[in-house]
Design a protein around this ligand. Sequence first.
Ligand code: AHR
Length: 628
Amino acid sequence: LRVTASQELGQKIPDTLFGIFFEEINHAGAGGLWAELVSNRGFEAGGPNTPSNIDPWSIIGNESFISVSTDRTSCFERNKVALRMEVLCDSKGSIVCPQNGVGIYNPGYWGMNIEQGKIYKVILHVRSSESVTISVSLTSSDGLQKLASTNRLAAASDVSNWTKMEFLLQSEGTNSNSRLQLTTNKKGVIWFDQVSVMPLETYKGHGFRKELASMLEELKPRYMRFPGGCFVEGEWLRNAFRWRATIGSWEERPGHFGDVWMYWTDDGLGYFEFLQLAEDLGAFPIWVINNGISHNDEVDTTVISPFVQEILDGIEFARGSPDSTWGSARAAMGHPEPFQLNYVAIGNEDCGKKFYQGNYLKFYYAIKAAYPDINIISNCDGSSRQLDHPADLYDFHVYTSASNLFSMNTQFDHTSRTGPNVNKDSFVDNPFMMQFQVFVSEYAVTGSDAGTGSLLAALAEAGFLIGLERNSDVVQMASYAPLFVNANDRCWNPDAIVFNSWQQYGTPSYWVQHFFKESSGATLHPTTIQANASNSLVASAITWQSSVDNSDYLKIKFVNFGTDIMNGKVPNQNFFVQIVNFGNDIVNLKISVAGLQNAVNSVGSTMTVLTSSNLKDENSFEEPNKVV
Ligand code: AHR
């Protein structure tokens, strides 16, 4: 393998090349990255009608002690459903309550992970015409082991109107299959609504489950595409993600049923939280918008304007000044500074639908007129045919077998470099520059090669990514999909990160992404492989500068004659060669590198190998590090 590492022959890789795609699929957010432990916290699952679906809430006590129903008496305007609990027993009298009281419990998402010493913030809204005693506890799944509890007494006058109660509970034990119990042994009627349990400690204090968010941070993603995928579209438009319903205080959010992946989400992880997460990860947000098209219904272009306005408002929410209508809503949520929203994708996999083109143009021109710097992403694949509409990037999705994906490392070798692949004549009135770049926003090996995340799949993906690096003059961004799966609800296989209530591991595909985390913004150098098996080998080489904190080095080597303090950071040139062997045979490679600056001062090298004894090997909760 020959590498020409001189800077003159190097090519800058886009700063944005490798990022992540977060979709609300597989309970990635609700019951996953979003640290809320209560599922269906407002009793709203099933929609605004009553009786509503209170699943997974269940009743403690039989019908001679307690009767539970839902009504529409909540104090929250957009989510009126509340739980009505009529307690028929008392601590004394004709019907005496069971010793541990009666009430309701919520097991969270397949069990709450409650850990010894950790503090949990419990919030609930309550109303009653009588004085109440409510015992709030975190217990084992059978209710027998109490991990943390408190008894709250409230006079009738305190709770005659809806009242918010807040507690901090510190756990005295650990149980990954715990539940929240709300119990009483006092006769009367109590209403509950918007009940939440969150660990006090979350990633950057913003509500994300720490271990999962850290796994994202470790990938150094340069952008984050969200919130889907098919989740954005919905099977039906009435079930699509609508950003306005996901902002403001969590208690006011109606939640919605994601009818593609078939589960309810309380929308605690809403539009604001997505923008916040991207910022916390140091990544650009890429917002995929619903363009009036779902899997089964479409809004005619002649009546699309309210949908366009909804998106313009959403951009103002992200970017507007705190004095603007929607910018002030963002500021009220604690983020007066604008978020750096520079990319908007119009729809997901909708090219070819009846109203896509018409709707797309309405969104495109309206967004560009208000925000000329926003990059717009089209759903239509410009690599296979000429795009017939303006765009900054076009979306490219690929899910295929391992050998196909590996061979697609040359997919973009022949994409035109000479200019936009567009019939410009049809856009004579287009005032905007058309510079098409490819956004490989979803890629993965799927099917039997991949299982639930095999080494074979990861190897093929690595080969594909090396091809993208080599073509990063036209490929601007790439992300694996899907990112997360809660092992209790696998809607899609495979995924990069697998978790349950208390464990998580990366599939080999997750670990492959680590090999590429320094590539964005680095310099790519020409490589030539001379080997018999060269069809099954692909390689790339990069250099990049990093600042190394080396104050001792500074003291020895430099005199600071300036007026500014030097922080003890010196630039450090790093060199990295990546090689994928997708063949059956071991290949002995000699690597020669020409033109590397300061190679004489090199401090050594490290070899990182992703392999295992069997190509079908996977990681698991039992063996999370089998292939790393
Ligand atoms: O990544 C899973 C799904 O695959 C996405 O929702 C969709 O965009 C694609 O079809």
